[in-house]
Design a protein around this ligand. Structure first.
Ligand code: ADP
Ligand code: MG
Length: 575
């Protein structure tokens, strides 16, 4: 067995620790949530590994968390009998950050404490949040299944380094002891701890125990005080939130659960909690966040839904449960049918999972439809009314990926899309709104794609449409071009780019206009021939057009050609 060693934190951890102690003091209590959630994760892991190896439970089958304090020593301790850590695991897990996107996250910190505190909350500082209230942390642990003399003690003052040494530890699992800072003595108080545990940890399916307190009269009736007894009591509800009946759950509890699973500091826009019965049985609790996480565009780090099987945690980020374009959804799915030892590979092939995925996709779409409806109908509050616009500004571009990804729901998705147009500055025009406003005789939904709204609005290709008073949708998201390739028509009306081919406005153009164009084409034939010859390598065709009113010339794409916007995008991507 090796002796005591002093090791350095990974650079990112040292940086994070500095931030934690300097930016998070306004929200101190989150440390308790983080440490209890780690204890709960550790018990989940034991339950999971225990499925194949019952011996891991040793002689303590009841999983639990104990929170206790020592007034004289000024310490607060959170103990669990979960999976525990070996020495190497303590070094790896408490000395480095394995999370993907860590570097990217660090790069986004601005130095502005308020903004950074928000971002740090989102990232989840986890274990290191202990240093908000502690100037020294001691962790003692033993991994389930290892001999009692292979325990580990990890100690750090939260600066550049930490120490590890082997210890003997009869009980399996982990205890984290916080040596409280002078300004954090308020945590040596049963009432304070209980109230924060109720706020953050009621929904954790594990009992959280604290010592009972008892009133002790003072000597000679000189007043008395509360003293701790040796008896322990459960201080949380200890049942998984989603397994309780809806009517017993308050909106605050739903919101708190959301914050816990998403690490988001803002409340969600909406949620939906259902027990689905039938061929495949499962419970879903799905949330739509109110703002995008910093890594929304990372399609690899897609899913945000946790999978449970009969209350047993199976995995985070279960990507098989929802399509990639719904990666912003957070929540829990608890299946009654899947085997407990299900793997990611197995998930991909399971019929039950396919049914869950379909059911959950439909559920999310109907949540969004409900939000969109509030926008039109008399919502109770202006805030409710604005919810869909809020959703759309954060996630609309991601939702569009669904047009190409989810053929079966394309029509429902198309109805959820919103655009700016030549008659609306806000991104609020639905395709149905557009159709309702179409001119008599208009046969297509016209749109233009560009890098920005001003660029779209000032395009010479809109001249004729403006003159005729025809509304054109303005599309400026990078995915629009790609997404529109998958949406040829809406509700029977074709989608038509104004920058493609010869614009034929059909019945909207009268015969004299058409005739004039034909005559002009005839008259300009020699000029066109010369232009064509001069632009031989650059343009496929040169023709007289009716699409322009004020500008002398413009570039267009052949009907079957790649659009300019797409060509530019591919070029940017180095293709
Ligand atoms: P996260 O929980 O998001 O992984 P944390 O910073 O909270 O990040 O914890 C880092 C890692 O330390 C955990 O992933 C886990 O491996 C380990 N860890 C922390 N607390 C415990 C505990 N009570 N029991 C076992 N392992 C733990
Ligand atoms: Mg954690």
């Amino acid at each position: 067995m090796t002796q005591k060693q002093t090791l350095s934190f990974q650079a990112e951890v040292a940086q994070l620790l500095h931030l934690v102690t300097h930016s998070l003091y306004s929200n101190k209590e989150i440390f308790l949530r983080e440490l209890i959630s780690n204890a709960s994760d550790a018990c989940d892991k034991l339950r999971f590994e225990g499925l194949n190896d019952n011996a891991l439970y040793e002689d303590a089958p009841n999983l639990e968390v104990r929170v206790s304090f020592d007034k004289a020593a000024r310490t607060l301790t959170i103990t669990d009998n979960g999976i525990g850590m070996s020495e190497q695991e303590a070094i790896d897990h408490l000395g480095t950050i394995a999370k993907s996107g860590t570097r990217e996250f660090m790069g986004r910190l601005s130095g502005d404490q308020k903004a950074d505190a928000q971002l740090i909350g989102q990232f989840g500082v986890g274990f290191y949040s202990g240093f908000i209230v502690a100037d020294k942390i001691t962790v003692e642990s033993r991994r389930a299944g290892l001999p009692v003399d292979q325990g580990v003690r990890w100690t750090s003052g939260g600066a550049g380094d930490f120490e590890v040494e082997p210890i003997t530890r009869p009980e399996r699992g982990t205890s984290v002891t916080l040596h409280l800072r002078d300004d954090a003595q308020e945590w040596l108080n049963t009432w304070k701890l209980k109230s924060v545990i109720a706020k953050y940890s009621d929904h954790i399916s594990l009992p959280i125990l604290m010592r009972k307190e008892e009133w002790k009269e003072g000597e000679d009736s000189k007043g008395g005080e509360m003293v701790l007894t040796d008896e322990w009591e459960t201080v949380n509800q200890a049942s998984a939130l989603w397994s309780r009946p809806k009517k017993d759950i308050t909106p605050e509890q739903y919101q708190e659960f959301y914050k816990q699973i998403s690490h988001d500091t803002e409340p969600p826009l909406t949620w939906s909690h259902n027990r689905v019965e039938g061929a495949t049985e499962y419970t879903q609790l799905l949330y739509i966040p109110s703002h995008a996480p910093f890594d929304l565009w990372n399609r690899d780090k897609a899913a945000g839904v946790k999978l449970y099987v009969k209350r047993v945690f199976i995995m985070d980020d279960a990507e098989a449960l929802l399509p990639v374009y719904l990666r912003f959804v957070r929540g829990v799915i608890d299946s009654a049918d899947l085997p407990l030892n299900v793997s990611r590979e197995l998930l991909q092939e399971s019929r039950d999972v396919r049914a869950i995925r379909e059911g959950s996709t439909k559920r999310v779409l109907s949540m969004l439809e409900d939000l969109a409806k509030l926008e039109k109908e008399d919502a109770a509050t202006a805030e409710d009314k604005a919810k869909y616009a809020q959703f759309y500004s954060e996630f609309g571009a991601v939702l569009k990926e669904g047009l190409g990804e989810d053929f079966g729901n394309r029509e429902r998705l198309a109805k959820l899309l919103r655009f700016a147009s030549t008659t609306s500055d806000a991104t609020s025009v639905s395709l149905a709104d557009y159709k309702a406003r179409m001119k008599e005789g208009q046969e297509a939904i016209y749109y233009i794609t560009a890098d920005s709204l001003p660029a779209a609005r000032n395009s010479p290709q809109l001249e004729l449409f403006r003159k005729k008073g025809i509304e054109v949708l303005l599309m400026t998201d990078r995915v629009d071009e790609w997404a529109l390739n998958h949406l040829q028509d809406f509700d029977g009306t074709p989608m038509q780019s104004v920058a493609r081919g010869a614009v034929d406005l059909g019945k909207l153009q009268d015969d004299t206009e058409k005739k004039a164009a034909e005559e002009a084409a005839e008259a300009f034939k020699p000029v066109l021939e010369r232009l064509k010859a001069a632009l031989k390598d650059k343009a496929e065709d040169v023709r007289v057009t009716t699409r322009l009113v004020d500008s002398p010339a413009c570039l267009v794409v052949q009907d079957a050609g790649m659009s300019m916007q797409l060509a530019r995008m591919l070029k940017q991507a180095g293709q």
